[in-house]
Design a binder for this molecule. Structure first.
Ligand SMILES: Cc1cc2nc3c(=O)[nH]c(=O)nc-3n(C[C@H](O)[C@H](O)[C@H](O)COP(=O)(O)OP(=O)(O)OC[C@H]3O[C@@H](n4cnc5c(N)ncnc54)[C@H](O)[C@@H]3O)c2cc1C
Length: 397
């Protein structure tokens, strides 16, 4: 058994950090754990679209960290990490707070990537956190009062772009002419074929325009310009939502740690090179040999669960185990009350898929208990509907 002199420090309490903290506490209740996050609330990002459409309420999808952690005996501190001094094993936070660590887990997620394209930062709306959600909600509500039909562009035809487009269409009906601008030759190019086909149908049914093979060059206050086979297209815009990519949230690190595509390179036990007691999981890291893993909550949760087991092994002075990812499928929402699921050989679309999707999310992090479960209590009561799905997919993330 190793001597644990200091709490295990986890910075970032999103899907990865939350999972590692709660799983580790379950495995070893006497272990001191300190979780630090710059925000006060956990954000269940996959359900942000349902908050926009008021299908669930803000408090239900974003429970307070202090409630979650105090219930299970984990110490929570709200602060923002500014620097890591690896040599001295010291973390520097806002307000000159310093914390020394013995074992460190960093999992600070990702932020939108504007790829230095002119005008994007200043003139686009984003959809990555509660702040973005509130800003977008407020402009959509304000625009809803306008008498004319407004031109809304969504840049990025990945899951976020498609999901927002369908929700906005269903909430505001004909208020917006909705356009998606996508650089590749199809939407959801990295997703399962079934979900892509369902999404294509959903967009067509809602008469949402899709510009494929189109690369945004600039967004000004009133125009969006993109290039495609036809040359440069310049169109009037009232609202542009940017969902075209994310980058690791690593502002507290210099370039001393090797990166790939902007993410920290770790081994298959999540250890950072030359700092074997420091681990990086979730969106910020990329595992050597598993570079294709997507940036999803599913990956972050599996990594968090595995790291908790490994930390317990480390404390017992045993060998760490390599991580293996299990693809449990994917789910996307497609408008109010509808979704599409492709998981472990099962495909589902429409209303039933929507209910199954919410049920799965509610059951994913049982320790979040009250708030998320209340959001889905009506669904949890309909177990018969989802039983056939869970019999096959009792591990889906
Ligand atoms: C709108 C949207 C919808 C999505 N839908 C899905 C989906 O349907 N399915 C799916 O699998 N994935 C989905 N994702 C992706 C998924 O949410 C991410 O992959 C996942 O959140 C990554 O987990 P993480 O723990 O690495 O980061 P996050 O969950 O982003 O958590 C990072 C945490 O770190 C904190 N933090 C950041 N910087 C600091 C700092 N300097 N100091 C202290 N704390 C800090 C943040 O406050 C945050 O709490 C979606 C993402 C978005 C934005």
């Amino acid at each position: 058994m190793k001597l644990i002199q200091k709490p295990i420090v986890i910075v970032g309490a999103g899907f990865a950090g939350m999972t590692v903290a709660l799983s580790l506490k379950r495995l070893n209740p006497s272990l001191p754990i300190l979780v630090v996050d710059s925000e006060s609330k956990f954000v269940f990002k996959p359900l942000m679209y349902e908050v926009l459409s008021k299908e669930i309420r803000m408090w239900e999808f974003a429970p307070e960290f202090s409630n979650i952690f105090s219930d299970v005996g984990i110490t929570f501190l709200r602060n923002c990490l500014k620097k890591i001094k690896f040599n001295e094993k010291i973390l520097e936070f806002r307000d000159d707070l310093q914390i020394s660590y013995q074992y460190l887990v960093i999992c600070t997620g990702s932020v939108p990537n504007c790829f230095s394209i002119k005008g994007v930062d200043e003139n686009c709306y984003f959809f990555n956190n509660i702040n973005d959600l509130n800003k977008l909600k407020s402009i959509l509500e304000k625009s809803n009062k306008s008498i004319s039909r407004l031109k809304l562009f969504i840049v990025g035809g990945g899951p976020s772009g498609v999901e927002i487009a369908c929700k906005i269409n269903d909430i505001y009906k004909d208020k917006f002419e909705i356009n998606i601008v996508e650089r590749s030759n199809e939407i959801l190019s990295k997703n399962k074929i079934f979900n892509r086909e369902e999404a294509e149908k959903a967009l067509e049914m809602r008469q949402i325009n899709v510009f494929l093979n189109s690369i945004v060059k600039e967004v000004s206050e009133q125009k969006i310009s993109f290039s495609n086979n036809a040359g440069i297209t310049n169109l009037d815009q009232d609202i542009v939502i940017w969902t075209a990519g994310v980058k690791s949230n690593l502002s507290y690190l210099d370039n001393e740690i090797p990166r790939m595509n902007g993410r920290l390179v770790v081994n298959d036990k999540f250890q950072i090179e030359n700092n074997m007691n420091c681990f990086a999981i979730g969106d910020i890291s990329i595992i050597k040999g598993m570079e294709d893993l997507p940036l999803t909550a599913q990956v972050a949760i599996q990594e968090g669960t595995h790291l908790a087991r490994n930390l317990e092994l480390l404390i017992q002075d045993k060998d760490l185990l390599p991580f293996k990812f299990q693809d449990n499928g994917e789910m996307i929402s497609l408008g109010i009350g509808k979704a599409s699921i492709s998981a472990l050989g099962i495909t589902l679309a429409g209303k039933l898929a929507f209910e199954v999707r919410r049920f799965i999310y509610a059951s994913k992090l049982p320790d979040l208990g009250k708030s998320l479960k209340s959001a889905t209590s009506s669904i949890l009561n309909k177990k018969s509907i989802v039983n056939h799905f869970f019999q096959k997919d009792n591990k889906s993330d």
